[in-house]
Ligand binder design. Structure first.
Ligand code: FAD
Length: 471
């Protein structure tokens, strides 16, 4: 009987649970639903939407090698998914629909509606845990609640992980070619502007596999030390690929074990530090599922809901444009806008700057990031923003406020990163780039600092201290 494999954030044929399970049951037809208007409403911008499109294109090629036809439809709302898929199922005489779970609230509801519609029509639906090692609910605290803090979550993850969970699924063998043609790319609505050059981020599972191999060969060994320095290409730059599933977490973890004597928690310090970051990603998926209020624009720590965020459009604009007068903050924001990606250390620095120094609502920053990031992923983005704003999980206590100048001296000591993205400061001596004098700023045409660090720090500390129920 024919199987329908619905691809979403899992644009690969290798190690794909839904696809492999479908192929084991019968001939497979693949489908992808482009949903650009709703993706845009969720905040995604041109870079991610273009990456999605290119990812589907490369997926089509990989499926073609397996003689699996790829059907494509363009819908405007998730609510249209059930009917669109059911129509295809009837048209192609499908017995079972397969897909891998996604955990944010809207996606989860969309998937429930699809499953209900299929079951009411007498068709079978099989859903799969694929994007995470443990489905939300599988790792709980002693009191049967979801973990609210990362470290105990990661400990539980390591305690319970076993080889079975991380076993790679075989890619399906080529099937007999059915008499169904691939769909051409449908006419798609506008994706929210001009995406950055596609050459920066080639799409697809082959490109992802190359990056993973290069990371492991050249960067992983130094990862623990190098990962905090934005001018050093020290991290994997796999986030866009993980977020659209062009590579799976299992493929990453298996590759680590292969190089690390079968271990994930012990052995090479660079590799184990990297595993920890993959677990952060999983943690935030559990958070979005276990605490769905974060999917409704609510702070994770409810007592922070009363923070008096400042209405400051000029400040927000300066932050977006990389004109705050704090060189590392500005370099970071310009990296985001020109490359579609930002280094993790800088995401923390810029997010804290917006939410703490400017005291502008973190949700405005969250939205701006999502609009520009090619790896934009609700769970990690929301988690990272709430962490930085001290409204979220974990231990960014409200009084931790990065000093953007000290951070620059520490993590961009030579000012190389600043010089790359704020070229007007490139002519200054290295040490002056972190905090140019007034004369130097005037000569370079670079603005004075938009806020004074000490005064801004006091303002936000006072705001936090005035909250009721501050832990
Ligand atoms: P590596 O250091 O090579 O890490 C490997 C993988 O682990 C990453 O690709 C990513 O999938 C995962 N990972 C690493 N760090 C984190 C983290 N802190 N939280 C969750 N997952 C992590 N990551 C996104 O994928 N999408 C986002 O939209 C996103 N928004 C963020 C917003 C803020 C304010 C902050 C502080 C962090 C955000 N992150 C986001 C997490 C992190 O910054 C990126 O995953 C990382 O910079 C990607 O670079 P890399 O692939 O080279 O990471």
């Amino acid at each position: 009987a024919r199987q329908l494999a619905w691809f979403r954030n899992d644009l690969r044929t290798l190690d794909n649970t839904a696809l492999s399970t479908a192929a084991a049951k019968g001939p497979v037809i693949a489908v992808f639903l482009h949903c650009i208007p709703q993706w845009r409403e969720h905040g995604h911008g041109a870079n991610k939407i273009d990456f999605w499109r290119r990812g589907v294109e490369t997926l089509g090629d990989a499926l073609n090698d397996l003689n699996i036809p790829l059907l494509q439809r363009s819908i405007t709302r998730f609510a249209e998914a059930p009917d669109a898929l059911l129509a295809l199922a009837h048209e192609h005489d499908i017995a079972t629909l397969h897909f891998n779970h996604e955990y944010p609230l809207n996606e989860w509801r969309r998937d429930q509606a699809v499953a209900d519609t299929f079951r009411q029509a007498g068709l079978d639906v099989q859903t799969h845990t694929d994007a995470v090692a443990f489905a939300p609910g599988e790792l709980l605290t002693g009191k049967d609640g979801y973990y609210r803090v990362f470290t105990p979550f990661a400990k539980a993850w390591h305690r319970k992980i076993d080889h079975r969970r991380l076993a790679l699924h075989d890619a399906p063998a080529p099937q007999a070619r059915p008499a169904i043609e691939d769909d051409p790319l449908p006419d798609l609505p506008e994706g929210g502007g001009q995406p950055i050059a596609p050459g920066l981020w080639p799409a697809g599972q082959d490109a992802a596999a190359d990056r993973l191999a290069r990371f492991l060969r050249y960067r992983a060994r130094h990862y623990r030390e190098a990962r905090d320095y934005p001018s050093v290409p020290g991290t994997s730059e796999l986030s866009p690929y993980l977020s659209l599933g062009m590579v799976s977490h299992r493929q990453c973890l298996q590759a680590v074990m292969h190089r690390n004597g079968g271990h994930l928690a012990d052995g090479d310090a660079g590799l184990t530090a990297w595993v920890n970051q993959l677990i952060w990603r999983e943690f935030y998926q559990h958070i979005a599922f276990g605490f769905p209020e974060v999917c409704r624009h609510q702070p994770f720590q409810s007592h922070t809901a009363g923070l008096p965020w400042r209405d400051d459009d000029d400040g927000f604009k300066a932050w977006c444009e990389g004109l705050t007068g704090y060189p590392l903050v500005d370099a970071a924001m310009r990296q985001l806008v020109t490359t579609g990606w930002m280094h993790n250390r800088l995401r923390m620095i810029t997010a804290m700057f917006l939410s703490k120094h400017l005291m502008i609502d973190w949700r405005r920053g969250e939205t701006f990031f999502l609009r520009h990031l090619i790896d934009g992923e609700f769970t990690s983005n929301n988690g990272g923003w709430q962490w930085s704003a001290s409204t979220g999980t974990d231990a960014a206590p409200y009084f931790r406020i990065f000093n953007p100048i000290t951070q620059a001296r520490r993590f961009d000591a030579s000012g190389m990163f600043i010089a790359e993205f704020v070229p007007e400061l490139a002519g200054l001596p290295e040490k002056a780039r972190h905090d140019p004098s007034r004369e130097q700023r005037e000569a370079c045409g670079y603005p004075p600092p938009i806020v004074d660090h000490k005064a801004a720090r006091k303002r936000v500390l006072d705001a936090f201290k005035s909250l009721q129920n501050l832990p």
